[in-house]
Design a binder for this molecule. Structure first.
Ligand code: GLY
Length: 282
């Protein structure tokens, strides 16, 4: 068994002149995860590391650069899941957290819960030395002027040398959302899921992804012995048949196969591992 990691930078419409930079951002993020896997590190650490890089890149709708809610504030959602143990951690509608995926990991490892929201999640961050910041520091000028229309969300799924899989997803959600709105990303089985069959991260119209429990649906298809490419495509076909939304999905199967699919216009994706480095799509 060898390692592999695949990351996505969000489904949706983006300014065409930002596509190359987004592809490059995905490559840098995938490399951050691959470094950990090459050293024998865990899929969980690798998926988290890749998502942190994307959260720190203002081009992407997660962490710094997140889209704004109706009150002009960033509210973040994130989740992480270890497929080998089914342990998961998530945060919803949190403000002033520089790396929400780090907080999700802390919820998984340092609390008896899976999902913490809002003010309680913020207090948990302070108690566990997860970096907090002035919420304004996460706002970039492009989001203030909202020159592009996108759903965004970032995610990574990884397979480590011991055959363990993990998924991590982080987002600022959707532009102009009501304060307190929670999307698919932190809901296990909707935007994020991992078990011993597959690890899955989704992006796109959150309410529609929740309706179709898209990540769990894709993992179930892999468990039914579909290959990863077919499972990703069938999951997106199911999504498109039952909703008006757009979405993208990345997944790794226990066999090490890589799958991705989308019905959105764009979804930058980068995969590293095995013998080849691939930038698959934009
Ligand atoms: N998929 C991100 C969201 O709708 O919040």
């Amino acid at each position: 068994m060898t390692f592999a990691i695949i990351v996505h930078g969000g489904a949706g419409e983006v300014a065409p002149d930002s596509l190359d930079a987004r592809k490059q951002g995905c490559r840098v993020a995938a490399e951050a995860g691959a470094v950990i896997l090459r050293r024998g590190g865990s899929a969980l650490d690798a998926a988290q590391a890749s998502v942190e890089v994307l959260e720190n890149n203002p081009l992407f709708n997660a962490g710094t650069g997140s889209t704004l809610n109706r009150e002009g504030r960033v509210e973040s959602d994130a989740a992480i899941m270890d497929g080998s143990t089914l342990k998961a951690g998530a945060v919803a509608a949190v403000s002033g957290i520089r790396n929400p995926i780090r907080l999700a990991r802390a919820v998984m490892e340092r609390s008896p819960h899976i999902l913490l929201a809002g003010e309680g999640a913020h207090r948990f961050a302070q108690q566990h030395n997860i970096e907090t910041c002035n919420p304004e520091e996460l706002v970039v000028p492009e989001q203030r002027s909202h020159w592009e229309k996108e759903h965004g969300t970032v995610g990574a799924v990884a397979l480590d040398a011991e055959g363990r899989m993990a998924a991590a997803t982080s987002t600022g959600g959707i532009f102009d959302k009501l304060p307190g709105r929670v999307g698919d990303t932190p809901l296990i089985g909707c935007g994020t899921f991992a078990d011993t069959h597959a690890a899955v991260s989704c992006t796109g119209s959150g309410e529609d992804i929740i309706r179709t429990t898209l990540a769990r649906h894709a993992a179930y298809l892999v468990a039914q012995d579909l290959d990863a490419v077919t499972a990703a495509k069938q999951a997106i076909a199911y999504f498109a048949a039952h909703t008006q939304g757009d979405a993208g999905i990345i997944l790794k199967s226990r066999k090490g196969e890589l799958g991705y699919a989308r019905n959105s216009l764009y979804m930058p994706v980068c995969a590293l591992g095995f013998s080849e480095d691939l930038i698959l799509d934009a």
